[in-house]
Design a protein around this ligand. Structure first.
Ligand SMILES: Cc1cc2c(cc1C)N(C[C@H](O)[C@H](O)[C@H](O)COP(=O)(O)O)c1[nH]c(=O)[nH]c(=O)c1N2
Length: 224
């Protein structure tokens, strides 16, 4: 039932529905090496894109575009851009360079779908409700779209890996993005049969999940 203002009852989810939402959140993983080569069917991909498009956005500006990268040669060049940036990144961790170099940090060539989610910084015009004093809110909105897609993909049994190890101008050039469009997320997407139980970076000893209780603050930043 919907009333004249377009309001509908905010019904509680059933226990099973609630559990499913939390399960998707808890079991979502960043996928690099587990992609199967079989294609993602177009209807499923469409549901994932719809989930992304259902995201909140500042002033309802919906600043995203979804660039599907299908061309094999282009993917090869994108992988080259990753490899070059990754070699540079490895040098930033001199004490852990061997461990860094052993990590697989992308699935560009293995994943059947590559998707770049961009943010058009001009979407919605010069003045967007909610963005007046914080221009970055369009980027935050686009990150919300990425997370929606990532969670929906988990529920579909599809893995998603976010690759950010690019020099931004490389990706911009390869995808012919105009200056006002930011490549927020380069995603590798495909079916997976196995997922890590915890973040792969944790399993491999790179980093660990922080205890939630250490991150909850009251009223203000604690005095040091
Ligand atoms: C903005 C941003 C950028 C990146 C990532 C994530 C996000 C949010 N992550 C994935 C990241 O390593 C991963 O989310 C964490 O390690 C936690 O693991 P789970 O996502 O819980 O599996 C990521 N992973 C990777 O292998 N290569 C990458 O370039 C990136 N870049």
């Amino acid at each position: 039932m919907t009333d004249a203002c377009g309001l509908a009852p905010a019904g509680l989810f059933s226990n099973a529905e609630r559990a499913a939402v939390y399960r998707a959140i808890r079991e979502r993983r960043d996928v690099r090496g587990q992609f199967r080569p079989d294609p993602v069917d177009p209807a499923t991909l469409r549901r994932l894109l719809q989930a992304a498009h259902d995201a909140p956005s500042v002033g309802l500006s919906q600043p995203w575009n979804f660039i599907l990268i299908r061309d094999a040669a282009l993917r090869g060049r994108i992988h080259d851009a990753f490899a070059s940036a990754n070699a540079e990144a490895a040098d930033r961790f001199p004490d852990r360079k061997a461990l860094y170099s052993s990590l697989k940090l992308e699935g560009i060539l293995q994943a059947p779908v590559n998707l770049c989610i961009t943010c058009d910084r001009t979407r919605g015009g010069a003045h967007v409700l909610g963005r007046t004093h914080d221009p970055a809110t369009d980027l935050y909105s686009t990150a919300c779209a990425v997370q929606n897609l990532w969670l929906a993909a988990r529920a579909e049994g599809i893995g998603v890996g976010w690759v950010s190890i690019f020099r931004p101008d490389d990706l911009r050039g390869l995808l012919h993005l105009p200056d006002h469009v930011v490549p927020v997320a380069y995603l590798c997407i495909g079916h997976v049969t196995e997922l890590y139980r915890q973040p792969e970076l944790q399993s491999r000893g790179w980093a660990a999940r922080l205890p939630l209780d250490e991150l909850i603050l009251e009223d203000r930043w604690p005095a040091s």
